[in-house]
Design a protein around this ligand. Structure first.
Ligand code: HEC
Length: 159
């Protein structure tokens, strides 16, 4: 290979790499079933997270250690509604879902139920950080109420 030809080859490679770097990353495309599975998995894991908080409240252990699980629930609470795009109800997916049609027909109500959960978990983070065991225990009931309230209106009961 002559000098000129190898310079040309390097130039071609450089152009190829810079073109690759400029190519936009692909947009994420989840199927409706993947979205339903993701939200169900998050709910399942939030049961375990919440259980650890309930046990700590019952046993009177140092509640500052519950800051992490309380924060996890709060993070999840903030994004719940984003995992209910149109087309992810019983009519739209090939896997079982207990999402009621009211999630889409009464969106404001659903958003409000989620906001109640966000607020309840945000308060629990404060009680945990402060090591306030009495209020932490009381707030467990408020969080439970937020779960139950949303399920009552927006989740199909198991047979
Ligand atoms: C804003 C509404 C809302 C809140 C708040 C909420 N949930 Fe749910 N939950 C739902 C809906 C809707 C479903 C059904 C989802 C589906 O099947 O697609 C569900 C499903 C579940 C499931 C079943 C998941 C599965 O694998 O099918 C569990 C367990 C659960 N929730 C626990 C909880 C707990 C515990 C809390 C509170 C700490 C909570 N949820 C708070 C709406 C809510």
């Amino acid at each position: 290979m002559t000098m000129n030809r190898s310079v040309a080859a390097i130039c071609a490679l450089t152009i190829a790499f810079s073109t690759m770097a400029q190519a936009p990353a692909p947009q994420p495309k989840l199927t409706a079933e993947q979205i339903v599975s993701a939200r169900q998995a998050a709910y399942d894991m939030s049961v375990l997270t919440f259980a650890s908080m309930q046990i700590a409240a019952r046993d009177g252990t140092d509640v500052t250690r519950q800051t992490y699980p309380a924060t996890a629930l709060n993070k999840w609470a903030k994004v719940i509604t984003t995992l209910y795009p149109t087309g992810t109800g019983t009519d739209g997916v090939s896997i079982p879902t207990h999402a009621k049609p009211e999630i889409w027909s009464d969106r404001a109500g659903f958003e409000k139920a989620a906001a109640q959960y966000v607020a309840a978990t945000a308060k629990e983070i404060e009680f945990a950080k402060a090591g306030d065991a009495a209020n932490f225990k009381m707030q467990i009931g408020e969080i439970k109420h937020a779960c139950d309230n949303c399920h009552e209106n927006y989740k199909v009961k198991y047979p």
